[in-house]
Design a protein around this ligand. Structure first.
Ligand SMILES: C[S@@+](CC[C@H](N)C(=O)[O-])C[C@H]1O[C@@H](n2cnc3c(N)ncnc32)[C@H](O)[C@@H]1O
Length: 274
């Protein structure tokens, strides 16, 4: 049984080993990888490259800017943004194994000069004030209950006028206390906010021009596909963590996707200026 958020990601179907296994199945030479070779395997969010590029457009990234990727995981979005936009990316993640995986995958594609990764909690960041021009995150703030601390930290580490853009789950009408309880225990969804409530939490930290885009219709189809992707990763997940972990993960994901289908959950992309 998975008892905390660190263990949950230590036994996640998308991990350093699954990325390397995917590359090997494609017959890639690990000594000659390009950043784009990783993209089919290393993006742990919804909407794949289109989602990352849309965030880049919202942030109006310029080469040489310092970008913070909050809850960066294996660093898939960080590498894409460094490679395509020439930004210096600092990734932050709570999970030491994911930070190590992000560093290894980044070295494999020769982006170590543009991307670095650090272990740490997004509610207590190991960075000086006004360190970054912009910040992003994807499908991770759902794990963080203390949004007041999270947005206060983001405001602190962004330069004045710096942009924040992130996507996350939002509560739809009819999300019940039982739904919340199950999503919390199975996927560590600690706090699911309605869009207006989420905007208020961002604004309360001192961000302005807080805007929200509804992603629910887009997520509907792509999450059904993503559930199929995780089902198709059965042999890798079983080999790494055992059959019970695969089945537990799929059951939890089916429940999550079911709530997207019935409208009790949705997705949104938020943009705000510090
Ligand atoms: C769904 S993954 C997203 C990874 C990455 N953003 C991507 O799109 O590929 C969520 C990540 O959030 C991290 N995380 C959860 N709570 C965190 C916290 N309080 N501080 C930093 N990272 C956290 C997890 O360890 C996990 O790697």
């Amino acid at each position: 049984m998975i008892i905390d958020i660190i263990s949950f990601y230590d036994e996640h179907p998308i991990n350093e080993g699954s990325v390397l296994a995917g590359l090997q199945r494609e017959g890639k030479d690990l000594a000659k990888l390009e950043p784009a070779d990783l993209y089919p395997h290393d993006q742990d969010h919804y909407g794949h490259l289109e989602a990352v590029r849309t965030i880049a457009a919202r942030l109006e990234l310029e080469p040489g800017q310092r970008l913070l990727d909050v809850c960066a995981g294996l660093g898939g979005p960080s590498r894409l943004l460094a490679d395509e936009f020439g930004v210096q990316v600092q990734g932050l993640d709570l999970n030491a194994g994911r930070v190590a995986g992000a560093e290894k995958l980044t070295d494999l594609v020769g982006l170590g000069g543009l991307c670095s990764f650090r272990e740490g909690d997004a509610t207590n960041m190991p960075f000086a004030a006004e360190s970054f021009d912009a910040a992003l995150s994807q499908e991770a703030f759902i794990h963080i209950a203390d949004k007041q601390a999270l947005f206060a930290e983001l405001r602190r580490v962004l330069k004045p006028g710096g942009r924040l853009c992130f996507s996350d789950w939002v509560a739809g009408s009819g999300l019940s206390p039982d739904d919340r309880q199950r999503l919390q225990s199975d996927i560590f969804a600690q706090a699911i906010h309605e869009p207006e409530e989420y905007r208020g939490l961002i604004a309360a930290a001192g961000f302005h021009a807080v805007a929200a885009e509804d992603l629910t219709a887009w997520w509907h189809d792509l999450l059904i596909e993503r559930l199929e992707m995780f089902r198709g990763m059965e042999s890798d997940t079983v080999a790494s963590f055992g059959r019970q972990r695969h089945e537990t993960y799929i059951t939890a994901y089916e429940f999550f996707v079911g709530r997207i289908i019935d409208g009790r959950l949705g997705g949104a992309r938020f943009l705000a200026t510090g």
